[in-house]
Ligand binder design. Structure first.
Ligand code: SAM
Length: 267
C-alpha cells in the first residue's frame, strides 16, 4: 500500500444493520443519485432479479456519501464472488460547499455499513489518478465501472482512459455528468472529456445516452488496424495536417480564458 493510499475498512465502522434494502435507511444530504435510480434499474435490468446474481468486479470513482455505492452494493453485488472498489478523496470537488464535505467520510462509512454486502467493498481513500495506477499495477480487471469523481475535463479523460484499460470485454462503463455545466468554460466540463474519449474508443464502444449519463458496453473492436502502405506518408502526409486546424484549438483556448476573465468580476 502506498503512503498516499489508505484503505478504509468500512466494516470496522459499520453498524451492520442488515435491514431491508430500502433507500430510507440511508442518510444523504444530496438526492442526485435517487433521481436517476429508475435509469439505473432500466440499464442494469439484465443483472437484477429475477435474473440470478452474477459475479462482478465493480469499480466506482467518486462515492461522496455513498448514494451510488449503496445502490450498487444492494442491487449488483449479491453474488458471493462479487467485489467492489471505491476510490474517493472524501474531500469533495468544486461543486461541493464546506457543509457538504464536513464529516463526508464518516457519512459514507455509516451509509455503506448498512449494506449487507459491505464486506465486498474495498475503499481507497486517494485521488483517482493515483488509485487507478495502483489498481493497474495490481493487474485489476473490472466488469462494471462508474466514473463520477473530479468534474474537470482533463481529470475525467484520465479516469476514462485508465479505467477503459481495465474494463473487460463485455463490461460496462458509465459516465455521470454528461450534461453538467459547472464551469462557464466548456473546455473544462466533463462533456468535453467524454466526447474526446468516445472518439478514440469508438471502435470498441456501444453507447447509450440517458438524460445525464453515458452508458458504454465494451465490445470487440469493429476496426481492424492496418498499416499505411506508404512509409513516407506515415510521417509526412500533408493532406492530414489541417484536418484539425491548430488555430481553431488556439481560438478555443483563447475563448475559454476570455470567459474566465469576464466571469472574475461576478464573485
Ligand atoms: C459527485 S460526487 C460522487 C457522487 C456519488 N457517485 C453519488 O452518486 O452519490 C464526486 C466525488 O468525487 C470525489 N473526488 C473529486 N475529485 C476527486 C479525485 N481527483 N480523486 C478522487 N475523488 C475525487 C469527491 O470527494 C466527491 O465525493
Amino acid at each position: 500500500m502506498s503512503a498516499q493510499q489508505q484503505n478504509l475498512h468500512a466494516e470496522d465502522e459499520s453498524s451492520f444493520q442488515d435491514s431491508p434494502k430500502q433507500r430510507s435507511r440511508f442518510t444523504f444530504q444530496n438526492a442526485w443519485f435517487e433521481q436517476i435510480i429508475p435509469t439505473w434499474v432500466d440499464q442494469t435490468s439484465s443483472l437484477l432479479p429475477p435474473a440470478p446474481p452474477v459475479p462482478l468486479r465493480i469499480l466506482e470513482l467518486g462515492s461522496f456519501e455513498g448514494a451510488s455505492t449503496t445502490w450498487i452494493l444492494d442491487n449488483l453485488a449479491n453474488h458471493p464472488s462479487t467485489s467492489m472498489t471505491a476510490i474517493d478523496t472524501f474531500a469533495g470537488g468544486m461543486e461541493h460547499d464546506n457543509a457538504e464535505v464536513e464529516s463526508l467520510q464518516s457519512r459514507f462509512l455509516t451509509n455503506v455499513g448498512k449494506c449487507s454486502n459491505v464486506g465486498k467493498l474495498r475503499v481507497m481513500k486517494n485521488r483517482t489518478e493515483d488509485g487507478l495506477i495502483d489498481l493497474r499495477k495490481e493487474g485489476a480487471k473490472f466488469d462494471f465501472i462508474y466514473i463520477d469523481a473530479s468534474h474537470v475535463a482533463i481529470d475525467v479523460l484520465h479516469d476514462a482512459v485508465l479505467s477503459w484499460q481495465m474494463l473487460e470485454l463485455g463490461g460496462r462503463l458509465v459516465f455521470d455528468d454528461w450534461t453538467w455545466k459547472g464551469y462557464n468554460e466548456d473546455v473544462l466540463n466533463p462533456r468535453m472529456a467524454i466526447m474526446a474519449f468516445l472518439q478514440c474508443a469508438a471502435a470498441e464502444a456501444e453507447v447509450v445516452e440517458t438524460e445525464s449519463q453515458i452508458w458504454i458496453t465494451r465490445v470487440k473492436s469493429r476496426i481492424v488496424a492496418t498499416k499505411n502502405p506508404d512509409p513516407a506518408l506515415m510521417y509526412w502526409d500533408n493532406s492530414q495536417r489541417f484536418e484539425v486546424d491548430p488555430s481553431s484549438i488556439k481560438n478555443n483556448v483563447q475563448e475559454a480564458s476570455d470567459a474566465t476573465e469576464s466571469s472574475k468580476g461576478r464573485d
